[in-house]
Design a protein around this ligand. Structure first.
Ligand code: ATP
Length: 233
């Protein structure tokens, strides 16, 4: 579904991503793990069309999207939940969800909100509340709900566990698995390697801008290199 071929991305003269190739097949959860600064967010932002690569090709459902503007990429079925959530403050929870459906030609209907509220009951309780007043975990849920309102085929998640209490982390990961079971493919970027690999069909390990290891989630969890570097020995 998503193919990344020989991707290199620069910020000015700094090379943040070097010759990275990987793919995500329909129905999978694929996790990209790596330390701070490994280049995970840069890759995600390049896939979403927010950054332009200096080399390489990205295809989504066999279409090249390397130079496609971000809103067209969303309209094609690929939606990102950014790091740090970025919910719209000053807008209510419900209005934030509406924004997620903005690019849909069919417009949002009641059943779409109901589906999101079913996954995230707390958002229903708080539908008329300013999004800025939600807790970190609730904002993560809102950002995910908002992305789901665009009815994506592929959901890109950037560090959904960041800054959250363990109980929220568990809940968010359960919901990610549920989203997969309902037919949405997922590319997950995480520093929490243990959680990310335990729900992943496959994963890639990124170090200083390059892919150094890949395998199934189970293989990577059992790998000595991954254990030593990312799972605390
Ligand atoms: P983190 O988990 O800390 O977000 P990451 O794996 O997502 O890390 P990136 O944010 O993609 O890493 O950063 C990769 C490299 O690119 C880092 O060395 C970072 O300092 C650099 N970088 C990121 N954004 C910029 C920018 N706007 N200008 C210059 N360098 C940048």
């Amino acid at each position: 579904m998503l193919k990344i071929k020989n991707l290199t991305v620069h910020y000015g003269v700094i090379e943040a991503v070097h010759d990275v190739s990987f793919e995500v097949n329909k129905g999978e959860i694929v996790s990209l793990i790596g330390a701070n600064g490994a280049g995970k967010t840069t890759i995600l932002r390049t896939i979403s069309g927010l950054l332009r690569p200096s080399r390489g090709e990205i295809t989504f459902n066999e279409q090249t999207i390397t130079k496609t503007p971000p809103q067209k990429i969303v309209a094609a079925g690929l939606s990102q939940v950014p790091e740090g959530r970025h919910v719209f403050s000053g807008l209510t929870v419900q209005e934030n969800l509406e924004m997620g459906a903005f690019l849909r030609k069919d417009g949002a209907v009641k059943s779409d909100y109901e589906q999101v509220f079913e996954k995230f009951p707390v958002l229903k309780e708080r539908r008329n509340q300013d999004a800025a007043t939600l807790s970190g975990g609730e904002q993560q849920m809102l950002a995910m709900g908002r992305a789901l309102m665009s009815k994506p085929e592929l959901l890109l998640l950037d560090e959904p566990s960041m800054g959250l209490a363990p109980i929220f982390i568990k809940e968010i990961f359960n919901i990610i698995e549920e989203i997969k079971q309902q037919g949405t493919t997922i590319l997950l970027i995480e520093q929490n390697a243990k959680m990310a690999l335990s729900i992943a069909d496959r994963g890639y390990v990124l170090e200083t801008g390059s892919v150094v290891l890949n395998g199934t989630g189970e293989e990577l969890l059992a790998s000595d290199e991954v254990k030593k570097a990312y799972l605390g020995g």
